[in-house]
Design a protein around this ligand. Structure first.
Ligand SMILES: Cc1ncc(COP(=O)(O)O)c(C=O)c1O
Length: 345
């Protein structure tokens, strides 16, 4: 099959059964591998859908500028769509972004503005406020606003959800995925719930995010916010794309457990997936006791692990975070020698 351009290869990602890493769990567990999208993440779907909707509505005109605040993946996908369609792409990101992701954005032609990760959402230096003000300053700019643009969730309602339904022959009983803007989990979940109202939906959240508490109490508690490492899991705002009615439960996972799960996944299943995929697997670990052999679990693995080779998959980074013990200096072993003193090779 031949495609007319790269955008036509977005979607229709595989659903792959997991074995070794879930051998202690009675349910059938599958991973929806969003890394098979050309931009290596689920965000290709929303970038294309949101941009094409803005074009149809006349909000984005030929030669215009696409502006958004993004933790990396959406930015990469927006830059990819912009490259094909001839738009300028300006992105604000927090300085928590991995170096790999930053270089990827620039490689795709995006202009990237780094903002302090600890700036509160209403601080003019925050990546949200910076994107908003840039969109006002740049003539012909369109502010994507992925957190509040409901075309984000709709992209997954129209594609990811139906794909999972078809791939599981409607047998899915649990959908588990990280929630950040909420579009991926809630968009696909909304479609799946319409087919099967009894399906369970679990959102993975991070310590340092406000989402779980908001779901349980309706309170937006700024005291919940502190900086953490997992990218694409949790939020310090309440995005419109998180449907709190739809999600049954938010489960918090730690930076450390999630990092080790991502590493274990690569070595036991041969799947190099991102940090939030590790978080999703860790969530499964925390809820596994409620599963039976009749359950069919779908984990959404949002992106590819190659974006984290300087982080989660790097032992030095793991040590810097205190996730692995510091290396103890080892005596250099003496080379083995033959009886006559010659070194064996
Ligand atoms: C790596 C990664 N995982 C998961 C998510 C969560 O997706 P969503 O924003 O649709 O909730 C994101 C989004 O930023 C992400 O970049």
């Amino acid at each position: 099959m031949v495609y007319n351009n790269i955008l036509e290869t977005i979607g229709k990602t595989p659903l792959v059964r997991l074995h070794n890493i879930v051998s202690h769990i009675p349910a059938k567990v599958y991973a929806k591998l969003e890394s098979f999208n050309p931009g290596l993440s689920a965000k290709d779907r929303i970038a294309l859908h949101m941009i094409e909707r803005a074009e149809r509505l006349g909000q984005l005109l030929p030669g215009g500028t696409v502006v958004d605040a993004t933790s990396g993946n959406t930015g990469f996908s927006l830059a990819m769509v912009s490259a094909i369609k001839g738009y300028r792409c300006v992105l604000t990101v927090t300085n928590k972004i991995s170096e790999d992701k930053l270089n990827n954005l620039r490689a795709m032609g995006a202009e990237v503005i780094l903002c302090p990760k600890d700036a509160k959402p209403d601080d003019p230096r925050s990546y949200y406020k910076m994107a908003e003000s840039l969109a006002k300053q740049i003539p012909g700019a369109w502010y994507v606003n992925q957190n509040f643009n409901t075309d984000n969730g709709e992209a997954h309602y129209l594609s990811t959800g139906p794909e999972i339904w078809e791939q599981t022959d409607g047998e899915i009983t649990y959908l588990i995925g990280s929630a950040s803007t909420g579009g991926t989990l809630c968009g696909s979940g909304r479609y799946l719930r319409e087919q099967k109202p009894e399906m369970n939906m679990i959102a993975v959240d991070a310590y340092g995010s406000v989402l779980k508490k908001y779901h349980e109490t309706g309170v937006y508690d700024p005291n919940e916010i502190y900086s953490y490492n997992i990218e694409g899991t949790g939020k310090n705002i309440i995005p419109a794309n998180v449907d709190f009615e739809l999600v049954d439960r938010f489960v918090k996972v730690t930076d450390k457990d999630s990092a080790f799960k991502a590493r274990e996944l690569a070595r036991s299943e041969g799947i190099l997936a991102g940090y939030s995929s590790g978080a999703t697997l860790q969530c499964l670990e925390q809820i596994k006791d409620e599963l039976t052999e009749d359950d069919v679990v779908v984990l959404i693995f949002a992106d590819h692990g190659s974006k984290y080779v300087t982080k989660v998959f790097n032992d030095e980074w793991m040590r810097q975070q205190g996730f692995m013990p510091a290396e103890t200096p080892q005596e250099t072993p003496k080379p083995a020698t033959t009886n006559d003193g010659g070194v064996l090779c």
